[in-house]
Design a binder for this molecule. Structure first.
Ligand code: PEP
Ligand code: MG
Length: 325
């Protein structure tokens, strides 16, 4: 079966009727780069930089981060690499940065909230990204944005980082696309305004589903409540795809849900054209895409949007896919 998918590795991802889809890789540690390249990823849709931070004894300095990011963008030979700033807290801790005791870590001091409270660490990382951006197409991504104030504060740190590099006589990428994760429900409701502030959206369905449905993404007791086909999730994703299209803003979905063909069909029909996933799923996703037309996917999305229960949505998608053979 692996060999059957092999054939798709070096081909672009497109639907049966020729619509081009971008499939990029989610990466964490350096080893993921080779896996991404081997599986034909067109760049990186999500680089989780907390992983290199976690795998060491202290905060890496700017030079170290710069060299790492530069090496990665060079490996991808012209394809964009989306670097997300530190996303610690929640379930991810750094061994040398003791998290506070919190009753609700996922609703607490995590991700960009930590970065904004530790400007020095934040600015150092952004400086490294700007420096690496001189060597290839890098995009900078901020996680857990829940307000306009958040993104404006992040952009201020980018401006500070630029000033700091300039004062030191160091080269920084002139233009570096800035984006935000849409993973807090507030960001879905604010997406029209947020679109004016950034160049791209990265749709983080792992957290977005968790927060929309109040179901911990890691708790097996509520696993059945964590439901990518819940009508509220389907509605939110459809709305976001529309906003992105209207504002001509790049949208890439980087949550785990895209690796399931039923979900992929739905997302395609809702208007998502770019996905980032664990790279081993890329060849089989291409194989699936080559068998479905955009019209079929759009019919699936219309059907799904018409139902009020996840069970009906699931059955509806299954039936449409079965009818298509
Ligand atoms: C997400 O939240 O969907 C996401 C892609 O980011 P992470 O899994 O790192 O939280
Ligand atoms: Mg997330």
């Amino acid at each position: 079966e692996i060999q059957r998918f092999e054939a798709f590795r070096d081909q672009p991802a497109r639907t049966a009727d020729g619509v081009e889809i971008k499939l990029r890789a989610n990466i964490g540690l350096m080893g993921d780069v080779a896996i991404a390249l081997r599986n034909g990823a067109e760049g990186v849709g999500l680089y989780r930089t907390e992983f290199p931070y976690m795998a060491r004894g202290d905060f890496p300095d700017r030079e170290e981060q710069y060299l790492l990011y530069r090496r990665i963008v060079e490996e991808f030979g012209g394809h964009p690499v989306t670097i997300r700033t530190l996303d610690i807290g929640g379930d991810k801790a750094l061994p040398y940065f003791a998290p506070p005791q919190e009753d609700n870590p996922f609703m607490g001091w995590r991700s960009v909230r930590v970065s904004l409270d530790h400007r020095d660490i934040f600015r150092t990382q952004i400086e490294a990204v700007l420096m690496a951006g001189v060597h290839g197409p890098i995009r900078l991504l901020f996680p857990m944005i829940s307000s306009m104030e958040d993104i404006r504060a992040c952009k201020e740190v980018v401006a500070e980082a630029r000033r700091h590099l300039r004062a030191a006589g160091l080269a920084a990428a002139e233009k570096l696309p800035l984006g935000i994760m849409i993973e807090v429900p507030a960001a879905v409701y604010l997406s029209e305004r947020l679109a004016d502030e950034v160049d791209f959206f990265a749709l983080g369905t792992n957290d977005l589903i968790q927060y929309l449905l109040a179901a911990d993404r890691n708790n097996p007791l509520v696993a059945r409540y964590f439901d990518p086909l819940h009508p509220a999730v389907v509605g939110a994703l459809g709305q976001l795809a529309q906003t992105a299209r209207k504002h001509r803003i790049d949208l890439c979905l980087c949550g785990e849900m895209a690796t399931e063909p039923m979900h992929m069909a739905l997302l395609l029909g809702l208007g998502v054209r770019e996905f980032s996933m664990a790279a081993p799923f890329i060849p089989r996703t291409k194989a699936f895409l080559s068998r479905i037309t955009l019209g079929q996917a759009e019919k699936i999305a219309r059907t799904a949007l018409g139902f009020g229960e996840s069970r009906q949505i699931r059955e509806g998608i299954r039936k449409e896919l079965a009818d298509q053979g």
